[in-house]
Design a protein around this ligand. Structure first.
Ligand code: NZQ
Ligand code: ZN
Length: 392
């Protein structure tokens, strides 16, 4: 196990009926004039917006609205939000929605007190020192942004999608009511499940040895996701299954299961460029990339792939042929993704061979000198192109 320094400051308020508390909790944190940030309309049709509004009004909070966040949230709306917050002297941001709305709110939060352009934090290596406080009411179990230190924004010019990871953007609190997710279309439920699974997976595939406890925690979350995914897709209003999926999505990405180990994250970096390229849903892009990343990588650490197959997907271990066991684990993950409605190939999501070189070039590199991405097995641009070719 490697050394770590772990703190996650986000307070979680979880369960049925908890959204009604939002206004009074914002007041606890000193919020008086709130930017109410949301997406394309789902929160209005499923009633979440009304419940939030009533709660804010009951607490006597002034509200300025900014809707219209698109999946793969855009820098242009972030800039607009920053302007509004400055003009209206906003002192608190409430994101009501999924990862896109939350990430947009986090970007606005760090942009308001900064004199330069907020994109500096995403693409020019600048580090924000402060943020307006941000809270969230989550409506889709997926990205884990409700308890993460990340925000991922797409620059409308150049179709570049870039993450910012920094302590000051942890939400101060997040309200998680699983009932809000009943209205999700099956495809969005599937995309969310695909994404949260990969958040654990990226941490599971580590080169660090002696990480038994976090291995087991990762396996527990992945198994919980697999079994409850089936239940929510059969009955979208199954409260207990929705609750398991929602909490799994948060724990998958609040980095508890990443403590003492170094995760990979190459698949995430490759996927960000797919959704930056043609707006594919993040989870759907991951479902295409990850099994092919596995096919490309499994020989690098066969025992870990065997462990994944046996412990996560209950594949029977073939003691005389570990490679076969590992390959069955890869197939089991592919089949799981197909069972939740996820695509299997890049052509299904409108990405073709002629684009592979451009995408591989755009992928954020972890080691600038060597030009590689990922920690488990660092990938060169040529390796990324090969994975894209396997996924075509
Ligand atoms: O815009 P509306 O109308 O609200 O519709 C949304 C959107 O179309 C819809 N939706 C959300 N809740 C709903 C609902 N529809 C019906 N009922 C509900 N209760 O779902 C669609 C997708 O929403 P989005 O917020 O884009 O989904 P998600 O939470 O998967 O977020 C994806 C974004 O998060 C980033 C991704 O890259 C992507 O941009 N990520 C953020 C991370 C982080 N900040 O820690 C980590 C992740 O790895 C990820 O990269
Ligand atoms: Zn993700």
């Amino acid at each position: 196990m490697i050394n770590f320094d772990y703190k996650n400051p986000t307070r979680i308020i979880f369960g049925k009926g908890t959204i009604a508390r939002t206004g009074s909790v914002i007041k606890e944190y000193g919020g008086t004039r709130v930017l109410l940030h949301f997406g394309g309309g789902s929160v209005k049709s499923n009633g979440v917006y009304d419940t939030v509004l009533k709660s804010l009004q009951a607490a006597g909070i002034e509200i300025v609205e900014l809707g219209g966040v698109k999946p793969n949230p855009r820098l242009s709306l972030v800039r607009e939000g920053i302007q509004i917050c400055r003009e209206k002297k906003i002192d608190f941001i409430l994101a009501v929605g999924g990862g896109s709305v939350i990430d947009s709110a986090k970007a606005i939060g760090v942009g308001v007190p900064y004199e330069g352009d907020v994109w500096d934090f995403y693409a020019a290596g600048k580090t924000p020192k402060k943020s307006l406080p941000v809270a969230t009411v989550l409506t889709i179990a997926a990205a884990g942004s409700e308890m993460s230190w990340s925000s991922v924004i797409t620059n409308d010019e150049g179709a570049l999608k870039r993450p910012l990871d920094v302590d000051v953007i942890y939400p101060v609190f997040s309200v998680l009511d699983p009932e809000t997710t009943y209205s999700l279309p099956a495809y969005q439920t599937g995309c969310g499940i695909a994404d949260m699974f990969v958040h654990v997976f990226e941490r599971y595939f580590t080169a660090v040895k002696n990480v038994d406890l976090t291995d087991r925690l990762c396996e527990a979350i992945m198994k919980t996701i697999i079994s409850n995914a089936k239940r929510v897709l059969v009955n979208p209003n199954d409260y207990n299954a929705r609750a398991e999926i929602m909490w799994a999505g948060t724990l998958a990405h609040n980095n508890l299961v990443g403590t003492g180990r170094l995760g990979d994250f190459a698949s995430h970096m490759i996927e960000h460029e797919l959704s930056g390229f043609n707006d594919v849903a993040h989870g759907a892009g991951l479902a295409v990339i990850v099994p092919n990343w596995m096919k490309f990588t499994y020989r690098h650490d066969l025992p870990r792939f065997v462990q994944f197959a046996v412990r996560v997907f209950d594949v029977e271990q073939d003691f005389h042929n570990p490679e076969e066991t590992a390959l069955r684990g890869i197939k089991a993950l592919r089949d799981f993704y197909t069972s939740i409605g996820m695509p299997a190939t890049l052509s299904e999501i409108g990405i073709h061979e002629k684009d592979f070189k451009t995408i591989a070039r755009k992928v954020k590199k972890f080691d600038k000198e060597k030009g590689t991405v990922g920690n488990f097995r660092p990938l060169t641009e040529a390796d990324v192109e090969e994975i894209l070719t396997l996924a075509k």
